[in-house]
Structure formats: structure tokens, C-alpha cells
Write a protein that binds this ligand. Structure first.
Ligand SMILES: NC(=O)C1=CN([C@@H]2O[C@H](COP(=O)(O)OP(=O)(O)OC[C@H]3O[C@@H](n4cnc5c(N)ncnc54)[C@H](O)[C@@H]3O)[C@@H](O)[C@H]2O)C=CC1
Ligand SMILES: O=C(O)[C@H]1O[C@H](OP(=O)(O)OP(=O)(O)OC[C@H]2O[C@@H](n3ccc(=O)[nH]c3=O)[C@H](O)[C@@H]2O)[C@H](O)[C@@H](O)[C@@H]1O
Length: 477
């Protein structure tokens, strides 16, 4: 039977905030700490600040009851037995993970330890980080018996973060002390013992059957490597299918058929075989680079990861070539861009391939009118509005009189465009789809010249007037 535990989560971003809310949902008492005063004030006022399903309702339910927000790490350290570190570990100029935020938090925690604490490293970090945290705490004068450091990597995806946290495939606990491992087991017991899933109001998982997840206990070093290896492997899968999609284009084959044929082999599986414009986001690019760098520093040849990165960069350039091959010259062309976030269902634009592509198009002299359902505010901070870069308030406004429409993010609503209306709105009926959201035959029937990834290109040979939508056009995919 699970019981309520006092937990502190340091860092209230995509991972920390979701973890805090989910721990509360699992029945624990949580103090959520951040050193950004404005963020703490917004959270105290009920604003989640990020676009994530279920988060607003959980914040509403638990703020002032099971979750408290503060900038005061001393108070949190004092009151809680487990302190989760969920601050950023961005990529430094050399490719390594910048661990200075983790170190700062560890030193600060050390200054306030007066009774036994378990410090849980949740940020994604290279192997040996837990050992360094331990040293930093000891150097700050804390006796070794007063604390343990545990690695508990997080595998949630943005957009489905809450559901992923509550329905994980596995929970990894890297602990070199049984006392610390027991506390982590107690924290996750509502999931591993299945009690949470019996609640009538339990949040459903994206695709799981809600079978209780296994808790895998490992050494701290193994846990650290599990996280980096997982992200690197997923990135590798994406680069693999992107390379295959290029081969399909050269051979006039269809990558969707190929991906299905590969994915039906249960040893390979169908997931993460969607070709596109390359992976992005705050994690895959930095984690592949950090893992490569760790291997290099340890004298291990892992050049496979450099190839993964090379294919990923190439995929964006390839998309740009497609735009050029559809429009010939780019200077002065007006392009409608759908999607700025690094993937659908998030407002996150960190390392977004869509943003990279817009920057490339602007550098080529195109003008861009972009629309994204959630990421425009963040995008505008990076790509300020100008005569060349405009933001539209809806899809129609973006498409109006554009020379072509580019689909760069797989938002569900971009897969449901009114194709007749779109054909009439665009200056030329040209769609270049970086996410394969449409069936090429349907696009042909609707009069479009349609280019996608790893599938045959459909080119209308007749003029703009003749490519107006036929009245008996087929239905959308
Ligand atoms: N975003 C994601 O989907 C996932 C991220 N991760 C990993 O989790 C870690 C955190 O990532 P995000 O949540 O995306 O980062 P984020 O940038 O959204 O949030 C980090 C938060 O930490 C706060 N912070 C920094 N220094 C602090 C300090 N000294 N005291 C208190 N708060 C401090 C920042 O103000 C910020 O709110 C990274 O290592 C990332 O690789 C792991 C799984 C998924
Ligand atoms: O460590 C992390 O931060 C997280 O990184 C990813 O999650 P996330 O970055 O939220 O997004 P994904 O859904 O994995 O997509 C990453 C990128 O790959 C692209 N992608 C994904 C899948 C695919 O088949 N093809 C493809 O191009 C997406 O468009 C996106 O740009 C992992 O999926 C999570 O397990 C992990 O916890």
C-alpha cells in the first residue's frame, strides 16, 4: 500500500513541472522550486506557462493543496526527504552537456542538509555525473551518511508528458544504496503496484494498456547511460528511416510502404520510423552530441553517432532543395509555412528544424508567412516579425496568395486542411510537405503539385487555371 511522501522538485520546466504535478496526482506532497521568480509567480497564479495536455487541470487541482511553488531551496531541502534535480543540461560549445546548473543546485542543497536526504538526479546527464554530485555535496562539508545520490532518468515526450509520466514503459532507478532505492520504490509505488490505474479519475495513457510499469534498479552509472543510449537509439532510428527515404526517392519507391514492411518485424517495431525534415527539440540533438562526446573522452569509437547527426542536418538541406526544385529561384518568393514547433502538440521551438528551415529560406531571399497553433509567441522572440517574416493568425491568412505552402510540423490540424479552399487560396497550387501528412494521390486529385519525403512527387503538368480543383475530387487521407 503506497503512502504520501514529501518531495522537492528543483527546476519547474517541462520535466520538473510535469514531475511535480504527477507526483501530486500519485498522492505525494510536493514543493516545486525554481530560481526564476517570474516563473514561480506565474505558477502560483495558476499559469502553466507551457502547452501540455492535462497540466492546467492538475495545476488547478493541486496548487495550494498538494503542490507549493517557491524560490526557496533551503525550505524545500529542510522539509523533504527526496529532492529531485530537474534543471536544464544544455549543450555547450564543445558539444558536452553543460552541467553548471546541476552543480549549482547540488552545492546549494548541500548547504541546507541537516538530516538524511536522497538527492535524485532527473535531468539528462552524462555518466559519472552522480559521482560528481556526491563529491560536490561532500566538499560542502556534508557527511557521507547524511545523503545518497540516485539517478532516475525521465523518458517523457513533450506534448504527451503527463500521460507518459503516469504510464511509463519503465521506471529506471540507478541507486548504489538500498536505503535510497527503497525510498524511490515507495515514491513510484502508486504506479508500480497499479493502485493509481484503479482510480476512476486516473489520467489515461497514450497507447499503453495501463499494466503497472516495471521498476528497473541499476547502478547509477548504468542508469545514466540508459538515458543517453535511449535517446541516441531513437535518433538513430529516425536518421535511418530518413536515409532510407532518400533512397526511396532515388528509386521511385514509397518509404511508407518500406517503413511498414520493416516495422512489422517485432524485433524492429513500427515506432520512430516516420521520415521528415530531421529530428529536433531540446533533447535529441544535445543528447546525441553529449553521448558522442562522452564516448570520445573515454576513448570509445562511436562515430556511428556522427553519421546520425550528419544525416539529420542533410535532411533539412534536402527539403530546401525540394523547395528550390518546385519554385526554381527563391529570391522574392512568398512562402506559407505551417508549423514552427519542433513537432506537433507542443509550443517548444528549441532546436526546431522548422525554425532552421525558415531561417534558411529567409537567407535565400524568400518572404515567409508562418502559422503555428501554439509556438508563434516563442518563435517571434527568435525570429522577429518584419516585412520578410510575418506571422498569420490562421492557416488561410498564411496561405493567401503564397507561391507555395510548406508543412514543417506535424500538428493534427495540418492534416485536415480544406484542400479545395487551399487550392483556391494559394497563388500556385504547390504543397511541399516535410511531414508526409497527405496521400499524394489525393493531392493530385485536388490539383496540387505535391512533394513529400520518400514518396513519388506528383507534378501537375497543366496551368494554374487547369489545376483548379475538379468537382469530383477524392476524399482526403
Ligand atoms: N523536455 C523534455 O521533454 C525532457 C527533458 N529531459 C531533461 O530534463 C532536464 C530539464 O529539461 P527541461 O525541463 O526541458 O528544461 P527547462 O529549461 O524547461 O526547465 C529547467 C528549469 O530549471 C530552472 N533552474 C535552472 N537553474 C536553477 C536553479 N539553480 N535553481 C532552481 N531552478 C533552476 C530554470 O529556471 C527552468 O525553469 C534536461 O536535462 C533535459 O535534457 C528529460 C526528458 C524529457
Ligand atoms: O529526453 C527527452 O527530452 C525526450 O526526448 C524525446 O521526446 P521529445 O523530444 O519530446 O519528442 P519526440 O516525440 O521524441 O520527437 C523528437 C523529434 O524527432 C522527430 N521524429 C520523431 C519520430 C519519428 O518517427 N520521426 C521524427 O522525425 C520529431 O518530429 C521531433 O522533431 C524522447 O522521445 C523522450 O523519450 C525523451 O524523454
Amino acid at each position: 500500500m503506497s503512502h504520501s511522501i514529501q518531495i522537492a522538485v528543483v527546476g519547474s520546466g517541462y520535466v520538473g513541472l510535469v514531475a511535480a504535478m504527477c507526483f501530486a496526482e500519485m498522492g505525494h506532497q510536493v514543493i516545486c522550486v525554481d530560481n526564476d521568480e517570474r516563473k514561480v509567480a506565474a505558477l502560483q497564479g495558476g499559469d502553466t506557462l507551457i502547452h501540455e495536455h492535462h497540466l492546467p487541470e492538475l495545476l488547478e487541482r493541486y496548487r495550494n493543496t498538494r503542490v507549493r511553488f517557491t524560490t526557496d531551496l533551503a525550505e524545500a531541502t529542510n522539509e523533504c526527504s527526496a529532492i529531485f534535480i530537474a534543471v536544464g543540461t544544455p549543450q555547450s560549445d564543445s558539444g558536452d552537456a553543460d552541467l553548471s546548473y546541476v552543480e549549482a543546485v547540488a552545492s546549494e542543497i548541500a548547504r541546507h542538509i541537516t538530516s538524511y536526504k536522497v538527492i535524485v538526479e532527473k535531468s539528462t546527464v552524462p555518466v559519472y555525473t552522480n559521482e560528481w554530485i556526491r563529491r560536490v555535496i561532500e566538499r560542502n562539508g556534508v557527511n557521507r551518511e547524511m545523503f545518497d545520490v540516485v539517478s532516475n532518468p525521465e523518458f517523457l515526450r513533450e506534448g504527451t508528458a503527463v500521460a507518459d509520466f503516469l504510464h511509463p514503459d519503465r521506471i529506471v532507478v540507478g541507486a548504489d544504496s538500498e536505503r535510497a532505492a527503497a525510498l524511490l520504490s515507495a515514491i513510484y509505488a502508486p504506479l508500480t503496484e497499479g493502485d493509481y490505474y484503479k482510480n476512476e479519475g486516473a489520467i489515461a495513457g497514450c497507447c499503453s494498456t495501463s499494466a503497472p510499469p516495471p521498476l528497473l534498479q541499476t547502478s547509477t552509472k548504468s542508469a545514466e547511460i540508459i538515458k543517453h543510449a535511449s535517446n541516441a537509439f531513437l535518433a538513430l532510428k529516425i536518421s535511418f528511416i530518413n536515409a532510407v527515404s532518400n533512397l526511396c526517392e532515388a528509386a521511385d519507391a514509397n518509404v511508407e510502404q518500406v517503413a511498414r514492411g520493416i516495422g512489422l518485424d517485432s524485433r524492429i517495431g513500427p515506432k520512430f520510423l516516420r521520415p521528415g525534415i530531421g529530428y529536433g527539440g531540446s533533447c535529441f540533438p544535445k543528447d546525441v552530441a553529449a553521448f558522442r562526446s562522452v564516448a570520445e573522452q573515454m576513448g570509445v569509437d562511436f562515430s556511428l553517432l556522427s553519421e546520425v547527426e550528419k544525416i539529420n542536418v542533410g535532411q533539412k538541406k534536402r527539403f530546401l532543395s525540394k523547395v528550390r526544385s518546385a519554385l526554381w529561384t527563391l529570391r522574392g518568393k512568398k512562402l506559407a509555412v505551417l508549423g514552427l514547433a519542433f513537432k506537433g502538440d507542443t509550443d517548444d521551438i528549441r532546436e526546431s528544424p522548422a525554425i532552421d528551415l525558415v531561417e534558411m529560406l529567409l537567407a535565400e531571399g524568400c518572404s515567409v508567412v508562418a502559422y503555428d497553433p501554439a509556438a508563434m509567441k516563442r518563435a517571434e522572440a527568435e525570429l522577429p516579425a518584419s516585412a520578410q517574416m510575418r506571422y498569420a493568425s490562421n492557416i488561410d491568412e498564411a496561405a493567401a496568395d503564397a507561391d507555395a505552402l510548406l508543412i514543417l510540423t506535424d500538428w493534427p490540424e495540418f492534416a485536415q486542411l480544406d484542400l479545395r479552399k487551399l487550392n483556391a487560396t494559394l497563388r500556385y497550387p504547390i504543397v511541399i510537405d516535410g511531414r508526409n501528412l497527405y496521400d499524394p494521390n489525393v493531392m493530385f486529385d485536388h490539383g496540387f503539385t505535391y512533394m513529400s519525403v520518400g514518396r513519388p512527387t506528383i507534378t501537375q503538368t497543366h496551368t494554374r487555371e487547369q489545376s483548379k480543383v475538379p468537382t469530383s475530387a477524392g476524399s482526403q487521407k
